[in-house]
Design a protein around this ligand. Structure first.
Ligand SMILES: [Cu+2]
Length: 124
């Protein structure tokens, strides 16, 4: 009788941490669904122009843009950020990585080759 009670108590103790662990794992899975800090910023070129057309970044921190042109109906077939010396072709439906580090606060522009379709890159 004593042995059976001890076995039950041991079983109960073994089950308690298991329940707590299951809850912990649920929380971890939720956290993993969030985008990683310092990750890439995705920009698309659509019939509306740049989406988004305004981005906030920080001075002295590397900026990684992943630009995908999704339409053939605009003239934005390249991305030009004059102040950062960037001029990169945007092949249709191919993500293009653009990396640079803004040195000081201010507003940079990203634009098509003719500077008609523009977006603002605000450096804080
Ligand atoms: Cu243009």
């Amino acid at each position: 009788m004593r042995i059976a009670a001890a076995a039950l108590a041991a079983l109960a103790l073994a089950l308690l941490p298991a329940a707590a662990h299951a809850q912990h794992e649920h929380g971890a899975a939720k956290a993993a669904a969030k985008p990683a800090a310092g990750g890439a910023i995705e920009i698309a070129v659509t019939g509306d122009g740049w989406v988004p057309d305004q981005i906030h970044v920080k001075a002295g921190q590397k900026v990684k843009l992943v630009v995908t042109r999704k339409t053939d109906r605009t003239c934005a077939t390249e991305i030009v950020i004059k102040e950062a010396g960037i001029n990169q072709k945007l092949p249709l439906n191919q993500p293009v990585v653009v990396e640079f580090t803004p040195k000081k606060a201010g507003t940079l522009r990203y634009a098509c080759g003719m500077d008609m379709i523009t977006g603002q890159l605000i450096v804080d």
